[in-house]
Write a protein of this length. Sequence first.
Length: 60
Amino acid sequence: MRDDDNRPAAPNFTQACIFMFGVNLTWILMVIWVVWGLLAVAATGWLVNQLITRIDAARQ
């Protein structure tokens, strides 16, 4: 096992993670819309918003 101090820095994948979260959220909401309708999509969107708000409040 090597223990070198000259390793390159790890890449920052934050933007890719945010973009893929949006892509995955979009197709999941489309599937919910097709299967259960627009009301289920609205309820899921509201729940996701509440979850993000709680995470933000906990981090501050």
